[in-house]
Ligand binder design. Structure first.
Ligand code: TIU
Length: 229
């Protein structure tokens, strides 16, 4: 299904069969108290507002049968994929691998590393564990997308200026058309979110496009209603 939507800095067109939703790191470790985000000194309540829009976006992507990738930033239990420089971030006793109320902080398989229930993946959706901020670093994401002939990536998740922006920049350099859904992403620092949206779409879309959730889901609904899906 070919869609054209209102977006900034210009209208955005894409083919849903050649697109993937990249839902970035909607994990308890970032969104709930007691996880990695809070251990770094952040007010995690700042992220709560993006959960419902992210779920609406996910439901829309499911309805148009788009490829869906849920990334999670998490390390192996033996920390073999965590560089020493990253391990030293945060207060002693609250670092990656340390025990917390949701299990070991940012360790794959622990409660904290799992997705918030609203954004739980369904069977058939890709779960991609990543050791870095960018989803292309040390993962098979590029090969996975190439096998599906994907040329467009629709982004949501947390945090806007860290893992979302890093992954968008990686994707932009790899030749993907990138769209960030404004309500479905959040930062611990609201002004960082706003600045990231501005940075992405500045200079004619130097990193990509941004659009409202309504622009995206409304376009799909219109065409689905006309039976053109
Ligand atoms: N700290 C922060 O804003 N983010 C991260 O550490 N990871 C992600 O953005 N997922």
């Amino acid at each position: 299904m070919e869609l054209g939507i209102d977006a900034q800095p210009a209208p955005f067109s894409f083919e849903t069969t050649r697109s993937a939703l990249i839902m970035i790191d909607m994990q308890r470790d970032f969104l709930l108290p007691g996880g990695f985000g809070e251990a770094l000194g952040n007010d995690v309540s700042q992220l709560a507002g993006c959960i419902a829009p992210a779920r609406q976006l996910l439901d829309w992507a499911r309805s148009v049968r788009m490829s869906i990738v849920h990334t999670k930033e998490a390390h192996a239990p033996d920390l073999s994929d965590c560089p020493p420089a990253k391990l030293q971030r945060g207060a002693p006793g609250k670092r990656i691998g340390d025990a917390g109320p949701m299990g070991r902080i940012l360790i794959d398989g622990e409660t904290g590393s799992d997705f918030v229930p609203e954004l739980a993946p369904l069977a058939g959706e890709r779960v991609l564990r990543k050791p870095g901020k960018g989803a292309f670093y040390a993962t098979d994401l590029g090969e996975w997308l190439a096998r599906r002939n994907v040329d467009t990536l629709i982004f949501a998740g947390v945090t806007t200026e860290v893992c979302v922006q890093t992954t968008m920049r990686e994707a932009n350099d790899r030749g993907y058309n990138c769209l960030l859904v404004e309500e479905a992403t959040a930062s611990y620092f609201p002004h960082f979110k706003q600045t990231t949206l501005d940075m992405v779409r500045a200079q004619g879309g130097i990193v990509g496009w941004t659009a409202s959730l309504a622009a995206l889901t409304g376009a799909g609904e219109t065409l689905l209603a006309k039976g053109r899906a």
